[in-house]
Design a protein around this ligand. Structure first.
Ligand code: SF4
Ligand code: FES
Length: 575
């Protein structure tokens, strides 16, 4: 490969042709600040914070989009560069709501950090235009007064996720990021995945804060408050307390939840196993009895809403199974109070999820059982971290403790739901044992692991061929379903996760200040999940003793009348 030789801040650098100055600098550990740039997602070269000097070239160059050339000499932090960056920051700050202390992104804001790094102590420019302020009607809250018009959210929503719920409108001083027809985000095709929140450099996008609702329930002596924690939360929550990425903090998290006052602390991995029992049965029935194929998973509420808007011809392909969050809520308000001798009306169910779309899912009418919601409040990993901090709990010093029994026993299969490919692998473990009538030892399906956008595998079990596909990110899902529509692809079973990378990279997970680390962080969180699977005593959903018990004592068998009443749902076409 052709190499280009150049100098950056006096360092002799040699990089492949086509490399940008920013990439070359990064490779040689020279840090150039960026603001609008997100590699592979959004590369407009518009904010100019990354400008550098190139000897002999006219004007400053944006390092993120300028390609290296043989023999050039680059200065990344000379006086002119520093002053220009400071002035640009002042201009951006002039139009930014600077109520940093009360912003959810205080100390996790890229603009705040740059302002500090470049010594911006006052802003001498006038505000140019007033922008519409709050859109706070749904799970995702937009505060346009904080938007710096970088455009990252528009790119991830339109290009990566193919949702197109937000766009850049108008020009010049009136430029704004808004929704089509300026309607509330929640009123449109937004799937609430929250990827825009994670990519936003400032606090212009946030999840609706439901922690007050949870505090009120915890302080209500009439209520019996139970909590479930999704698998992806345990390998990410530690980051909020400065612990290494991907480290498993399950035991500390359970202790913290008890300290917050929850009456019972349960695990969504239990209901992930329940989902596998129901969904595995549905898959076998559809294959063996000629039902609608491919069966497509429905655990990801962002994906389900995307399908309801854009692929209504596939609604019958969606599994009728509720997601693990909803299945948990349904049994926590029926089976659990019956066993514990409690009044079901007094049970308040809280979910801790890596996902902002789970807030929407909990409110869906189609999820209700006899007019009753399965889940009363959903908080994200970030909101839980805030609650722990508000309670003055020293998280890192906590002892480990175990989940409560009845709805708290996990298997490796339930845990791997956090990773893309996890639902498929968990389902195959159970389906393979059912079809062969054996306790198979080869249970790791490596073909469905990893971060490739679309993964395919053909599995042969006891004479039955199962063609499977796994996709993550709704943009990849759209691509796959288009291929099925065209007749160029054909499967029995498809797993779709709405967020790129699956739940470990959900819209409710900790915010990364350095977004270029996203893939590395996803890999570490995924590795943490697979390590938990390997350590698990039981690694198959049907071997979970609490799952066996709930079928023996209450549900009878997968697909039973009661299962259908509590654990299954339906979908609606949306415009
Ligand atoms: Fe950028 Fe955030 Fe504004 Fe979107 S909302 S344009 S990500 S600052
Ligand atoms: Fe290079 Fe914005 S980061 S122009």
């Amino acid at each position: 490969m052709d190499k280009i030789n150049l100098k950056i801040d006096g360092i002799q650098v040699s990089v492949p042709k086509g490399t940008t100055i920013l990439q070359a600098a990064k490779e040689y550990k020279v840090n150039i600040p960026t603001l609008c740039f997100m590699q592979g997602v959004h590369e407009p070269g518009s904010c100019r914070i990354c400008v550098v000097e190139v000897e002999g070239w006219r004007g400053l160059q944006p390092a993120c989009v300028t390609k290296v050339e043989e023999g050039i000499v680059v200065k990344t932090a000379g006086k002119l560069v520093r002053e220009t960056r400071k002035e640009l920051l002042e201009l951006i700050l002039a139009n930014h709501n600077r109520e940093c202390l009360s912003c959810a992104r205080n100390q996790k804001c890229e603009l705040q950090k740059l302002a500090e790094d470049f010594g911006v102590s006052s802003v001498s420019y006038e505000k140019k235009a007033a922008r519409a302020e709050m859109d706070e009607w749904g799970p995702i809250v937009r505060d346009s007064s904080k938007c710096i018009l970088c455009g990252r959210c528009v790119s991830i929503c339109s290009n990566t996720q193919k949702v197109n719920a937000i766009e850049i409108a108008q020009r010049g001083a009136h430029t704004t990021v808004t929704t089509p027809y300026e309607e509330a985000l929640s009123g449109r095709s937004c799937i609430n995945c929250g990827q825009c929140i994670k990519i936003c450099p400032v606090g212009a996008l946030q999840e609706r804060d439901d922690s007050d609702k949870v505090w009120s329930a915890l302080e209500d002596p009439e209520l019996h408050v139970v909590v479930q924690t999704a698998p992806a939360v345990r390998v990410a929550l530690g980051e909020e307390f400065g612990l290494p990425v991907g480290i498993n903090v399950r035991g500390k998290m359970v202790t913290a939840l008890r300290r917050l006052g929850f009456d019972k602390v349960f695990d969504t991995t239990f209901s992930a196993d329940l989902t596998i029992m129901e969904e595995g049965t549905e898959l076998l029935q559809r294959i063996q009895q000629g039902g609608k194929l491919p069966l497509i998973t429905s655990c990801s509420p962002g994906w389900v809403k995307f399908c309801e808007h854009n692929f209504t011809d596939f609604l019958d392909n969606l599994s009728s199974c509720k997601s693990p969050q909803q299945m948990f809520g349904a049994v926590a308000k029926s089976y659990y109070p019956q066993k514990a001798g409690l009044d079901p009306k007094k049970i308040f169910v809280v979910s801790v999820m890596p996902c902002t779309a789970k807030k929407y899912e909990a409110d869906r009418e189609e999820m209700m059982v006899q007019g009753r919601k399965d889940v009363d409040a959903v908080i994200t990993t970030r909101e839980l971290a805030k609650m722990i901090k508000q309670a003055g709990i020293n998280f890192n010093d906590l002892e480990d403790s175990e989940y409560d029994e009845l709805l708290g026993t996990s298997t490796g299969a339930g845990v791997i739901f956090a990773n893309t490919g996890g639902v498929m692998e968990a389902a195959l473990r159970t389906v393979a044992d059912i079809l062969t009538g054996q306790d198979l030892e080869a249970i790791e399906y490596s073909a469905v692991r990893g971060f490739e956008g679309i993964k395919e595998a053909t599995v042969h079990i006891d004479g039955l061929e199962i063609k499977a596909a796994v996709v993550h990110g709704t943009g990849n899902a759209a691509q796959l379903l288009d291929r099925i529509r065209e007749g160029t692809a054909n499967y029995h079973f498809i797993e779709v996760m709405g967020c790129p990378g699956g739940c470990i990279n959900g819209g409710g997970q900790p915010i990364l200040m350095d977004k270029s680390r996203t893939q590395e962080v996803n890999r570490l969180r995924a590795a943490g999940i697979y390590a938990l699977d390997r350590q698990a005593v039981k690694r198959k959903s049907h071997e979970n003793p609490e799952i066996k018990k709930i079928y023996e004592e209450y549900l009878e068998k997968p697909g039973s009348h009661r299962s259908h009443e509590l654990l299954h749902t339906h979908y609606v076409a949306r415009s």
